[in-house]
Design a protein around this ligand. Structure first.
Ligand code: ADP
Ligand code: MG
Length: 254
């Protein structure tokens, strides 16, 4: 039995009067892949951003590999960590965005090398060797000297994945990683993600790619209106959904 890598407990988040997360409980075991499905506005991005403390939750807590994110416990109270410590925690949480967010003025290789050197203080030579291996793994060995603008969207997203992996994260969060891509480029990114899933990377993936969920997920979570409506193995949630809202959503995306 593998250990819990991500634990979300009783997460509530509001923006002013708008309650976006209404009590989220989720456990992701080491090496597991969780795919989150749900309509636009249901709180999926806010949930991912809460995991690495980009959003401060109003109630509840997040643990990564047993460690509270954003807080430490002092007596019975939670005290917020200093920014520097939050940044350190964040380096253990990979984040892949819809729009890649590569540094435009850095080459592909420099994009991958940057954070492990500057944020983790690792030796540049060691990180560079690892970056070369990672770029090979995502099929971009020959693009290491190119700049992001010279790459297709699918290639840029694969660089973003290599960059996330270079931090040797405990978990990688993906927020609709293929939504901004031309349809013919979606497959190459999903292939890389399938490879990670098989290789034992702990992943939480927000996506509308139901085929990916079916093949790669250990658990599929359906979110609506700030709550987890149902969760279970893909065969159960996708083929035999128990809730009307899940059925209605699947009917639209399938
Ligand atoms: P999803 O990713 O499922 O589409 P989001 O988490 O992006 O949903 O958004 C959930 C709800 O929270 C939406 O109604 C959105 O408008 C609102 N929201 C998200 N971020 C903010 C913010 N920073 N300020 C105010 N409202 C926000
Ligand atoms: Mg979103």
């Amino acid at each position: 039995m593998s250990r819990p890598m991500v634990e979300l407990r009783g997460i509530h988040k509001s923006f002013g009067p708008l309650e976006v997360l209404r009590g989220i409980d989720l456990t992701v075991l080491a090496g597991q892949v969780v795919v989150i499905l749900g309509p636009s506005g249901s709180g999926k991005s806010t949930l991912l951003r809460s995991i690495n403390h980009l959003e401060k939750v109003n109630r509840g807590y997040v643990r990564i590999d047993g460690e509270l994110v954003g807080y430490r416990q002092v007596g019975g109270r939670l005290r917020e960590l200093k920014e520097r410590e939050v940044l350190r925690q964040r380096t253990h949480i990979g984040f892949v965005f819809q729009n890649f967010n590569l540094f435009p003025h850095l080459t592909v290789l420099e994009n991958v090398v940057e954070a492990p050197v500057s944020a983790q203080g690792r030796p540049r030579r060691e990180v560079t060797e690892q970056a070369v291996r990672l770029l090979d793994r995502v099929g971009l060995a020959e693009k290491s000297r190119s700049y992001p603008r010279q790459l297709s969207g699918g290639q840029q997203q694969r660089v973003a994945i290599a960059r996330a992996l270079a931090l040797e994260p405990k978990v990688v969060l993906f927020d609709e990683p293929t939504s901004a891509l031309d349809p013919e480029l979606v497959g190459e990114v999903l292939d890389v993600m399938r490879d990670l899933a098989r290789g034992g990377t702990t992943m939480i993936v927000v996506t509308h790619e139901v085929g990916f969920a079916r093949e790669a997920a250990d658990t599929v979570v359906f979110m609506d209106d700030g709550r987890i409506v149902e969760q279970g193995p893909p065969g159960q949630v996708l083929d035999d959904p128990q809730h009307e809202r899940t059925r209605a959503f699947l009917a639209k995306v399938l």
